[in-house]
Design a protein around this ligand. Structure first.
Ligand code: IMP
Length: 188
């Protein structure tokens, strides 16, 4: 699918992978499944900032159960398009998680380094359970063995932006997920 031709941000995109409608439909499906799984357990839904913000906002509104929301922030990319392999811890949870059901919400999983680091750090706090829910799963990039219990879409091996995902801080506000034209970052 081509990006809208009258969009200023869309002009930097080579292809739309998942339209706003594709995403909305999928997120409602995922929310219903998660609600069934967590009903009566009052999960702590943890968004991994910054990219999770549209996804977690739509996801929790599709979960018709009691739940709480918190956020964590780590960084493994800097301003580039390849993982540096170094995960930096920026913001921790606001509350203890001992005995809680924790659902980690990620925009995209690439190498899996971020999630491995986070789940290992959180396991030491003795939660009742930790599961992972990701909108996009880029399996070609995986170097870590992690279990993704709920995923929205499989993502091709390309650098994608939109619906929370950025390149150098830009494009998070696109309503769809698309492939960034490599001319935008080539040579950087
Ligand atoms: P991982 O640690 O390699 O699994 O990377 C996870 C994080 O890298 C995600 O939360 C994103 O912030 C970022 N990331 C990975 N792939 C992409 C991409 O294609 N576009 C934008 N950000 C990405």
């Amino acid at each position: 699918m081509n990006p809208p031709s009258d969009s200023a941000l869309g002009a930097s995109m080579s292809e739309v992978l998942f339209s706003a409608q594709d995403i909305a439909t999928k997120v409602v499906e995922m929310g219903a499944e998660l609600a069934d799984h967590y009903r009566g357990k009052r999960p702590l839904v943890v968004g991994i900032l910054n990219g999770c913000f549209p996804f977690i906002a739509d996801l929790v509104r599709a979960m018709d159960i009691e739940l709480e929301v918190d956020f964590m922030s780590v960084s493994s990319y800097g301003a580039g398009t390849k993982s540096t392999g170094v995960v930096r811890f920026i913001k921790d949870l606001n509350q203890p998680i001992q005995g809680r059901h924790v659902l980690l919400v990620e925009d995209i999983i690439d190498t899996g380094l971020t999630l491995r680091y986070l789940t290992e750090a959180l396991q030491t706090r003795k939660p009742e359970s930790i599961e992972v829910c990701a909108l996009l799963d880029k399996q070609a990039g995986r170097t870590q063995n992690i279990e993704v219990r709920w995923r929205g879409f499989m993502c091709p091996d390309a650098f994608v932006v939109g619906y929370g995902l950025d390149y150098a801080g830009i494009y998070r506000n696109l309503p769809y997920v698309g492939v960034l034209d490599p001319s935008v970052y080539r040579g950087k």
